[in-house]
Design a protein around this ligand. Structure first.
Ligand SMILES: Cc1ncc(COP(=O)(O)O)c(C=O)c1O
Length: 457
């Protein structure tokens, strides 16, 4: 075997289609419900927030959807992204395992998020939208959409979770550099934001609250603004499938096939983006790759949340979906992986996890930063704290392989770099970070405010 480290695709190998897991779902879909009537949502309801083309993608069961040329042209600024064999990390761990990672941190804003941001901005532009609203947790999504809106000449309002706004001023400045307006959520610009501030003027904010604010602004704009979400929805997961499609070709170049594919999960988009094309190979081609989603102990929606119908946001304006949830009122501890703090998870991923097609595990904050430091010191890249959850799990797999003496092939998604996350690294290096397990009684309490959904038998 050669000692190649980087597996680079030519620009002409850039995939021409996204993969839609809906075509191959081995479990029946669950309905998406209107937050007030609790009846299945109609395209009309969704069209207040999204352009019709994205709504059609949301419900499509076509296996492949063509990537528009305008989107591919922008993807070419950084795609195909490199696949690397982490030889130096393998050596540091003394493991017989082969560790590969897909580096999505090479996009201009630094994560996988532009894969869907560019597509969403494009379809909005074509539909005549003039402005978008969105929320952002860590700032990666906001930066990605700010870049994309700038390319398509759309205005953008970003509602940034207050704790991240304060921790990460440079992310805000990056969004402003691309031309977006950024507000610390909860704000006094929306009815919902004001109600949160009345109750708690010091609210640190949450993704659920910021989503509510961005949705409210779009829904009350008389059609002048649409809303854009960076994870959870089917069409977002589908746009991210370009990661896995490239990785399949690159693993082929490396002459190996992964035994396990790993990604961190916030709403589920980078994990699904890498894993769903491998799931397709499991379902249709007889492969047996394990697919492992990794979340923080502090926001354990898959591993400890309840699989039930819940609202997508705190103000109960977004549709109700069936997912593993910690409750739509969830206000998480200010852990440093800001992008993993959502109360729920993509419905397709939850259904696949529930049916045993996907595995999940939760890891602690300190063990995650320990893995991030090992990765930075062996491979040279300072990972985003979100991505470090995947690294933790990849290292655990490699150490288990060492113990058992097996030559496991591990592939994980490096969903972003951590160059704007120095406050978190500073806190870790100063010994100021702590582990935090989400209390069981909070989950129990939150389940009391779930919507009362009764489906026909
Ligand atoms: C670098 C990075 N990785 C992962 C995530 C989690 O999102 P998702 O589960 O949609 O990939 C985020 C979200 O902000 C992020 O910024």
């Amino acid at each position: 075997m050669s000692d190649q480290t980087r597996f680079i695709l030519d620009q002409s190998d850039l995939p021409r289609e996204w993969y839609n897991v809906n075509a191959d779902m081995p479990v029946p879909p669950t309905p998406v419900l209107h937050p007030q009537t609790m009846e299945p949502v109609t395209p009309d309801f969704l069209s207040v927030l999204f352009p019709m083309e994205l709504i059609m993608q949301e419900i499509s069961t076509e296996r492949y959807i063509e990537i528009p040329e305008e989107v591919r042209e922008i993807y070419k600024l950084w795609r195909p992204t490199p696949l690397l064999r982490a030889r130096r990390l393998e050596k540091m761990l003394g493991t017989p395992a082969h560790i590969y990672y897909k580096n999505e941190g090479t996009s201009p804003p630094g994560s996988h998020k532009p894969n869907t941001a560019v597509a969403q901005a494009f379809y909005n532009k074509v539909a005549g939208t003039k402005a978008l609203t969105t929320e952002t947790g860590a700032g990666q999504w906001g930066s990605a959409l700010a870049m994309a809106c700038n390319f398509f000449d759309l205005d953008l309002e970003v509602y940034m979770v207050k704790v991240s706004y304060n921790h990460k001023p440079y992310r805000r400045i990056m969004m402003e550099t691309y031309g977006a307006q950024v507000f610390a959520s909860p704000t006094d610009r929306t009815q919902f934001g004001r109600s949160v501030l009345d109750e708690n003027p010091d609210s640190p904010g949450s993704l659920g609250i910021a989503i509510s604010e961005a949705v409210e602004v779009a829904a009350t704009s008389n059609g002048t603004k649409k809303y854009s979400l960076g994870s959870v929805l089917n069409h977002v997961l589908m746009h991210q499938s370009i990661i896995g499609e490239e990785a399949l070709k690159q693993m082929d170049m490396a002459g190996e096939y992964p035994d396990v594919v790993i990604g961190c999960v916030g709403g589920g988009s980078n994990f699904s983006g890498l894993a769903y094309p491998f799931l397709r190979q499991n379902l249709r081609d007889g492969q047996r790759t394990r697919l492992l989603a990794v979340e923080p102990n502090a926001t354990p929606s898959l591993t400890r949340g309840v699989y039930t119908f819940d609202y997508g946001d705190s103000a109960k304006m977004a549709p109700i979906v069936k997912m593993h949830t910690l409750g739509h009122n969830f206000v998480p501890a200010p852990i440093h992986a800001g992008g993993l703090r959502y109360h729920g998870m993509a419905p397709s991923l939850c259904a696949l996890f529930d049916a045993g097609y996907i595995e999940a595990k939760a890891v602690s904050q300190l063990a995650t930063f320990e893995a991030a430091i090992q990765f930075a010191r062996s491979e040279g890249i300072v990972p985003a704290p979100e991505s470090a959850h995947a690294i933790r799990a990849a290292i655990d797999e490699a150490l288990e392989a060492k113990e058992k003496g097996d030559r496991r092939v591990i592939l994980f998604n490096l969903s972003g770099h951590g160059n704007f996350d120095m406050t978190a690294y500073q806190a870790y290096l100063a010994g100021e970070l702590q582990d935090y397990d989400y209390p069981a009684k909070e989950i129990e309490e939150a389940m009391k405010s779930l919507p009362k959904v009764e489906l026909p038998a």
